[in-house]
Design a protein. Structure first.
Length: 712
């Protein structure tokens, strides 16, 4: 109902101005209203996209600009020399000059092209033409003074398009009747620290080197890393590289990609920009070397001559599958493209992933004012072809890794793990063997033996089809016999709409992850319960033997360069620095916070650490601390190690004592439900019970003045 009312307002000429003023009033609250009423008002603003301009303005006010020269003086750096760390020399005056060049060009472009009648294609083409002058670009010796001098202009063009794309319409709707300068506050613009971070990443703080060095920069969580990485990806793509943004969380990767999706389209670089987990890098590198699955299957069936030629090996099948060797759990690999978001068809795999899917503060300046016609102008550039010189149409693009949080190098899914390719073997006899093992296990009694299966007709019939590979078949049957008893060892989730079984991976449920024959038998279990909509087709796909084709180390990757941002560089130890050095990352820079000095610190003594003698006392202590925070009209976010511990707490009597103002944040929630809980978490009296995975990278942005006044 509320959404319908807001939509009806937009159908009137006065609608946008009214909703902005209305939303602003809701956000600021009324001193004559109760705190509960003001809190509800702020939740309404956060929940409905009709008030997005108000949230942008709140962000701009929260991240009020720190002067660029002050920020530059606060930037620090160090580099690794052998086993020791030494101070990095930063040419601060030069870096400030580059920032001022960006700032002047950005304001000029924004003032010229934010007009609704301006030709956005011209702005994009102007930016592309600058970059084309330097392609192809060599990271080792081509990062010259001339290139660095044009980085601010390319960056200004990228951010001008971003600002106009994200908030230009909002600005234009209000600017004509704006006498207070409020419309300028609606513009989603990069803050100084984001720009200086990008200039530093691109080597603008060092005039002596003509090399683009791999480096990481520390910028705190919640301060706009996604905008930094998105802009960096476009700049690198324009300069002739293939940037890949890697993150440890699928939810955060999806969120970051969505922020820049339209801008990737505008610059026509969608086919060159990838967002994925880091494991995909080595998987893709392995796949381009040939179709190992086709070779394995032909070898098994005695048809090796079918794939003897190199062209056959190099053909990329649409049904290619990827797998991960399991640590605690395994993650889906997603590579997104703005031109294709379809998932490749693939089958289930052993203990692994089964498919791959391809894929802002206020400025001191005034936007130039001029009369504007109120006609509707189509500014979409998706169908507009950006032109390049013919000789640049087929340049070889080298891959540059853009890292979101340094943790991606040390996670259990990457370092020390392998990419396991498998080929799926499907035969009627395999279905018979799996069904036989499943039925025999249900009956109970003694555990089945390999000899029991060798005695059934399906075994001998299947052996004839893979003559000479009896040891392979026996090994797989031994796994089946073992895993049929362990179906529920790893909790699974069934999507009843798609008949797919998934597992928890970080902060979401992945339906591409499988755990060998445990997953295969889980499908038989769900079929028996009558939970599969398309039982026959689902089982036909699920009942197979996944044959190992080889194992490839994830850590064996070699992108051209590694650039990135992280909130935890200062917490790295000697071992982590050694690992990063192996990948060529030896330069580290630290930028100040956009919010100033942080008030956050771990309480390492006193109440910061409690050791309870029982689980009951532990839950009682948690509940007691939550109640204390609620009495102070603060918010509380409690992180449990995993979903099992969270469920144990929520099933206890202590959870019920928390009253009605509480929410759960778990991996199996939909994206929209997660976003709602996250947006509500930092409001007065709110309790959020979450799993630990949401404790990193999730922006629990506080817009509640009551919470801020009382300590957060």
């Amino acid at each position: 109902v509320m959404c319908g009312v807001l939509e009806s307002c937009l159908s009137h000429e006065w609608g946008y101005s009214f909703l902005f003023e209305f939303g602003l009033g809701l956000q600021r609250g009324d001193e004559n209203s109760s705190e509960v009423d003001n809190q509800v008002a702020q939740l309404i603003v956060a929940e409905f996209s009709h008030f997005k301009e108000v949230l942008t303005m709140v962000w701009n006010e929260e991240t009020s600009q720190k002067p660029a020269d002050d920020t530059v003086r606060s930037i620090k750096g160090k580099y690794r020399n052998g086993k020791s760390m030494k101070e990095l020399k930063i040419e601060r005056n030069r870096l400030l000059e580059f920032f001022n060049a960006f700032d002047a060009q950005y304001k000029k472009l924004l003032g010229e092209y934010i007009d609704p009648n301006a030709d956005m294609k011209a702005l994009v083409q102007k930016t592309v033409d600058i970059a084309d002058k330097f392609k192809p670009l060599d990271c080792d010796s081509g990062w010259s003074k001339e290139v660095k001098e044009q980085i601010p202009n390319i960056l200004a063009g990228v951010f001008a398009v971003f600002t106009i794309r994200k908030s230009g319409d909002s600005y234009n709707r209000l600017v004509d009747n704006d006498t207070s300068g409020m419309s300028t506050k609606l513009l989603m613009k990069p803050h100084n620290i984001q720009v200086l971070t990008l200039l530093s990443l691109f080597g603008c703080g060092s005039s002596l080197s003509s090399t683009l060095n791999s480096q990481l920069m520390q910028i705190r969580t919640g301060e706009g890393k996604s905008m930094i990485l998105g802009a960096a990806a476009i700049v690198l793509a324009l300069l002739g590289f293939r940037p890949r943004c890697v993150c440890y969380s699928e939810y955060l990767s999806d969120r970051d990609f969505s922020l820049f999706r339209d801008v990737f389209d505008d610059f026509n670089v969608g086919e060159y920009v990838n967002y994925s987990k880091i494991t995909t890098l080595s998987e893709d590198a392995t796949k381009v070397k040939g179709n190992i699955r086709a070779l394995t299957e032909s070898l098994l069936r005695g048809r090796l001559e079918d794939v003897a030629s190199a062209p056959a090996l190099m053909s990329a099948r649409k049904t290619d599958q990827v797998t991960l060797s399991p640590c605690k759990s395994n993650a889906r690999i997603t590579t997104r493209s703005t031109t294709a978001m379809e998932a490749e068809d693939g089958s289930l795999k052993s203990d692994a992933v089964s498919k791959t899917s391809l894929g802002i503060p206020e400025s001191d300046s005034k936007i130039s004012e001029r009369p504007r016609k109120r006609k509707k102008v189509d500014r979409m550039l998706k169908t507009t072809k950006i032109t390049h010189p013919p000789e640049l149409s087929s340049i070889a693009r080298k891959e540059i890794l853009l890292v979101d949080e340094v943790d991606v190098f040390f996670g259990c899914e990457f370092y020390g793990q392998t990419y396991n390719q498998v080929a799926q073997l499907r035969e009627p006899e395999i279905t018979d063997i799996l069904n036989h093992i499943w039925i025999a296990n249900k009956r109970g009694g003694r555990r089945q033996r390999l000899a029991d299966i060798q005695a059934i007709p399906a075994y001998s019939q299947l052996l004839k089809k893979i003559d000479g590979f009896k040891y392979v078949l026996d090994s797989e049957i031994a796994l089946m016999i073992d895993q049929v008893r362990r179906i529920d060892e790893e909790p699974y989730y069934l999507d009843r709409d798609t008949d797919r079984i998934g597992y928890k991976v970080m902060d979401s449920i992945s339906y591409e992850v499988t755990f060998g024959y445990r997953t295969v038998f889980a499908y038989l279990q769900e079929a028996e319960k009558g939970n599969l909509k398309e039982k026959d087709s689902t089982l036909a796909s699920a009942l197979s033997i996944p044959l190992s084709c080889g194992q490839f180390s994830y850590a064996n990757v070699s992108p051209e360069r590694i650039l990135g941002v992280s909130g935890t560089l200062s917490a790295l130890g000697e071992y982590e620095y050694d690992v990063l050095a192996k990948y060529g990352v030896k330069t580290f820079m630290y930028v100040p916070s956009v919010y100033g000095e942080s008030n956050f610190q771990f309480d390492k003594a006193g109440d910061g650490i409690r050791i309870e003698t029982s689980v009951s006392d532990y839950y009682h202590s948690i509940t007691e601390q939550i109640q204390l925070l609620r009495k102070k009209k603060r918010s509380a976010i409690v992180f449990f190690r995993d979903n099992a511990r969270l469920k144990d707490f929520t099933n206890s009597s202590f959870y019920r004592k928390l009253g009605r103002q509480k929410k759960l944040l778990t991996e199996n929630m939909s994206k929209s439900d997660k976003e709602f809980v996250i947006s509500k978490a930092a409001t007065a009296g709110q309790v959020t019970i979450s799993t630990a995975v949401f404790g990193r990278g999730t922006d629990f942005f506080c817009k509640d003045e009551t919470v801020q006044r009382n300590g957060g």
